[in-house]
Design a binder for this molecule. Structure first.
Ligand SMILES: C[S@@+](CC[C@H](N)C(=O)[O-])C[C@H]1O[C@@H](n2cnc3c(N)ncnc32)[C@H](O)[C@@H]1O
Length: 217
């Protein structure tokens, strides 16, 4: 596990020291029961609402309500899905590699389907299955690697959007931004939105929301 002086309170601080998928799985197994309380209630987790608003601004709408089949990648306990539902999305699936987190997500009742997947190994989902995808708080140390962004884009239709929310600690590494640049250069997708703002205001952590739209529609 990495040494880090970027730690926050509770199990949050531990999150920034993770290096491997095995460490990350164990971390969320221990955190599933208290994640919502620490992240949302105590620290005011802002990214789910920011990401849902950014995605709803770029997708098709019907009578002012966003439409489309959306995959919540790394859905965790479902905070990201709940924010998407509150933004008007009603056709949501979710996936995560942590069984205890998926159990919590199921209890929210906002997902049509939930399935286990390790994004660093790929998704067992046909090309262009979804109209959009969200990945909120999942590109991070020991979590989903930047290369998985192409896999997420693969399962979204041409012209569909992917919203990503990530914290400054990971953004500042530069590897995620390099992957976005490469994806644009390769003509796979275009960056249409990028905004800095609150991530976990209660821990004084900020972060970025970005939206990519698949090229070629
Ligand atoms: C910080 S939580 C974010 C959960 C939710 N999206 C939210 O905003 O509250 C990160 C989630 O990513 C999941 N995760 C981490 N690495 C993963 C991987 N390689 N494949 C799938 N899920 C992963 C964890 O299990 C955890 O539920």
């Amino acid at each position: 596990m990495r040494d880090t002086n970027e730690s926050g309170p509770g199990l949050l601080g531990h999150s920034y020291a993770l290096e491997t998928g095995i460490e990350t799985l164990a971390h969320y197994e221990a955190w599933a029961d208290t994640y919502d309380e620490e992240i949302s209630e105590e620290l005011g987790y802002a990214q789910p609402v920011r990401c849902a608003a950014a995605l709803s601004a770029v997708v098709n709408t019907q009578h002012g309500t966003p439409t489309g089949h959306v995959l919540d990648v790394g859905c965790g306990t479902g905070l990201s899905g709940l924010a998407l539902e509150q933004a008007g999305f009603t056709n949501l699936d979710g996936c995560d590699f942590s069984a205890p987190m998926l159990d919590r997500a199921a209890a929210t009742g906002v997902y049509q389907q939930l399935f286990a997947a390790d994004l660093n190994e790929g998704l067992d989902v046909p090309d262009e299955t979804y109209d959009a995808a969200a990945a909120v708080g999942v590109f991070s140390f020991g979590h989903i690697q930047p290369s998985a962004l192409r896999e997420i884009l693969r399962v979204v239709r041409l012209g569909g959007a992917v919203v990503i929310g990530l914290n400054d600690h990971y953004w500042d590494l530069g590897t995620f931004q390099s992957e976005v640049d490469a994806i644009e250069t390769d003509g796979v997708a275009n960056l249409v939105f990028q905004e800095h703002g609150d991530h976990l205001p209660g821990a004084d952590i900020q972060g970025w929301v970005v939206v990519l739209v698949r090229a070629g529609d």
